[in-house]
Design a protein around this ligand. Structure first.
Ligand code: ATP
Ligand code: HMH
Length: 273
């Protein structure tokens, strides 16, 4: 009876300030009642004010963490976050191909809220060409979708066109997050599923600076729900509802872009079209 508990994995960078990256992922997965494991591919010296420094893990250490996790746990779904540079993306791709870690969510983290680069510019092509074809779900924000498609995205129509372009790059399902569209009263994300079905998930935009780790929280909540066996659409709807609750029920930590309230509760039954 080993490995019966639903287990998930985050492959990402740490945030010493506790609000984003591996820390946000684990808090989210824990709150969504799945077991969370972590392959740490980078360490950041970071807080709510910004990213002061970061260092990518050596390839050998990344490989060893994957081997340790895969050699013992039964991972039902996994996600990637900050991947730092070309060598790190390549190491992650190699290991994702080597082990069965369940459906993969790729959060193509590029730039932190304070402006620090978390993925080197030359690694964007590696993500696009090598990682995206492995993804069951891709969760870019607007600037990330722009980088990956090479197009400007300012309107809702441009979001739908970009989602199609991203699917053409090999990802099965896409959610383009509209969190950066600050002029809009709603925070609306566009979803394009493998089946061709598309829809918007929207919630009232909350006027707050406490939005550190929103993307990590959304993608790790969706990953947790997929691990539990939820279909992609339901998992995405729960993710959107959870991230909204974590922003709406703010906590007071730090002096800058504060972290979310991962204790926030939602009722899964309320998730509907
Ligand atoms: N102020 C806000 N009010 C309500 N929802 C928001 C707000 N900001 C972001 N969201 C939602 O949070 C989720 C993450 O979107 P966002 O575009 O902020 O991701 P991100 O830039 O990758 O985040 P981060 O880099 O901080 O992890 C989306 O569902 C988005 O609609
Ligand atoms: C380590 C890390 N991953 C992701 C993000 C983006 O939220 C961040 N700020 N830091």
């Amino acid at each position: 009876m080993i490995n019966q508990t639903v287990q998930t994995l985050t492959i990402a960078g740490t945030d010493s300030g506790g609000g984003a990256g591996v820390m946000a992922d684990i808090k989210t997965m824990q709150e969504r009642h799945v077991f969370a494991a972590a392959v740490v591919v980078a360490v950041t010296a970071q807080n709510t004010i910004g990213v002061q420094d970061f260092m990518a893990m050596p390839k050998k250490m990344i490989e060893e963490q994957f081997a340790s996790v895969a050699g013992d746990l039964k991972i039902r779904a996994c996600k990637t976050g900050m991947l730092a540079d070309v060598a790190t993306v390549e190491a992650v791709v190699e290991n994702l191909k080597k082990y069965d870690l369940g459906p993969l969510t790729v959060d193509p983290v590029m730039i932190a809220k304070g402006g620090a680069r978390l993925l080197s510019e030359d690694a964007i092509a590696t993500v696009r060409n090598e990682l995206l074809p492995l993804a069951d779900l891709l969760t870019p924000n607007l600037p990330e979708a722009e980088e990956l498609t090479g197009t400007k995205i300012e309107t809702k129509d441009q979001m739908t066109t970009a989602a199609k372009k991203l699917q053409e790059l090999g990802v099965k399902n896409v959610i383009i997050k509209g969190g950066h569209q600050t002029s809009s009263k709603e925070s609306s994300d566009f979803v394009l599923l493998e089946s061709g079905k598309s829809f918007w998930v929207s919630s009232p935009r909350i006027d707050t600076v406490r939005t550190h780790g929103t993307g990590d929280t959304l993608s790790s909540c969706i990953t947790a729900e997929i691990a539990k066996g939820k279909d992609m659409e339901t998992a995405i709807r729960i993710g959107k509802k959870y991230v909204q609750a974590t922003i709406a029920n703010g906590i007071e930590v730090g002096h800058g872009h504060g972290p979310l309230n991962h204790w926030a509760k939602i009722s899964d039954e309320e998730v509907e079209d």
